[in-house]
Design a protein around this ligand. Sequence first.
Ligand SMILES: Cc1cc2nc3c(=O)[nH]c(=O)nc-3n(C[C@H](O)[C@H](O)[C@H](O)COP(=O)(O)OP(=O)(O)OC[C@H]3O[C@@H](n4cnc5c(N)ncnc54)[C@H](O)[C@@H]3O)c2cc1C
Length: 390
Amino acid sequence: MNYDFDTIVIGGGPAGSSAAIRTRWIRTYNSIPASVAIFDENGIGGIANWKELRITGESWKVKGSQLMEKMKKDIENLHIPVYKEEVINIRKKNDFFIINTNKREYCSLSIVIATGLSLIKNHKEFLGKGLIPTLKDHEYMKNYLSKTLKKDKGKNFLIIGTKPVKKFYNLFQKVNRDSVKTILLIENKKTRIVSFVKSKKELNGVKIKTRSDSKQYEFQTIKTDKVILDFESYMLENNSTYFLSNKFKKKGFVTVNNSLSTSESGLFAAGDVIGPPFCVAKAIGDGIKAGFEAYKYTFIKKFGIEPPMYAFYPSKSEIYDKKTGYCIDIITDNHKPKLLDPNIDIQISKKLLDGKHTIKQILKKNSIDSKTLQKILISLTNEKRITFHI
Ligand SMILES: Cc1cc2nc3c(=O)[nH]c(=O)nc-3n(C[C@H](O)[C@H](O)[C@H](O)COP(=O)(O)OP(=O)(O)OC[C@H]3O[C@@H](n4cnc5c(N)ncnc54)[C@H](O)[C@@H]3O)c2cc1C
């Protein structure tokens, strides 16, 4: 079966970005990188992009956008494609995962799920401009609301969250005492928020999509003056894994073992999507681990042995060719080279290095002898510009 990528990463926040970078950036000198792509409808950033982040405490603060710029740079330098598409389904067929996005179908050997807590396109734009997230606990919100609701008398409020939002809604109504009009919107598998809508720079509604029984989406805009997004409810029940079978999750959080693997081999998860604590350093750490584990898994699938990953993992197997010292010699004529760096001049047609033509087929289509081709492939592998599909 032809496949598109060794690893597909779903989500481009700190967890997904670091997972993708580490599946490609295996530093050991004779390792072969993996082909990897990131899928995130919102591009790279995640909620880490919102504001200032404290990494361990008050003395170590970093702007989320700055942190994510660094990740973006590595993603660009490593030629990792970013598809601005939303993943809506995953299934496994034999050794391969098939993912469906809102645009098309893709196939990979492994997957890292890093979808965080919620997916609303333009959160950041409306913070403090009509959007009020419950970023502090409900007791704080009670005091905050009793001060601010008087100002908003007569306005329309939309309260959004997952099922546990009902607790906040009850608290809100107690404080409110009918001074503002309120609608409660509970996100679930069928009803999800797409984006906030504005009129003349002011938030004035929320676009939602609802999936009917025929699996078609219907879009609708709910008018409102203000939105309260109950983060606490998302931390109790996650709605970002609607595309994943219930057997892999509890309260929407993906269940993983110590290697960040789910019960399905080749399916990994990292970051907020696997549960608390919800913080950026843990998301990055998870991403690195899940990325390495996905890399290890695909390498074993492709070449039947563990990859060299010094100094991150001890080497369990002797895979080096005694003459050359490179693991390239385990590549057979049936392997399919895939170029990871499109900006390079080489003697053979780049089109053939697509992960779909075998080495044998490339030899047939080019007037090149096998020794020269092997030399080209070895040097591209050493420069981490190529991988091999099975
Ligand atoms: C206001 C605020 C302040 C914070 N302050 C701190 C702090 O001071 N210190 C700290 O350590 N942490 C802080 N955090 C938490 C930190 O930002 C998160 O823990 C971290 O961003 C989690 O990273 P992640 O990659 O797991 O998820 P996210 O950053 O949430 O990224 C998930 C990505 O997945 C994408 N996605 C979701 N579903 C799909 C799908 N179906 N298909 C494709 N893509 C999808 C989303 O678009 C999103 O980009 C803060 C968070 C917020 C909101």
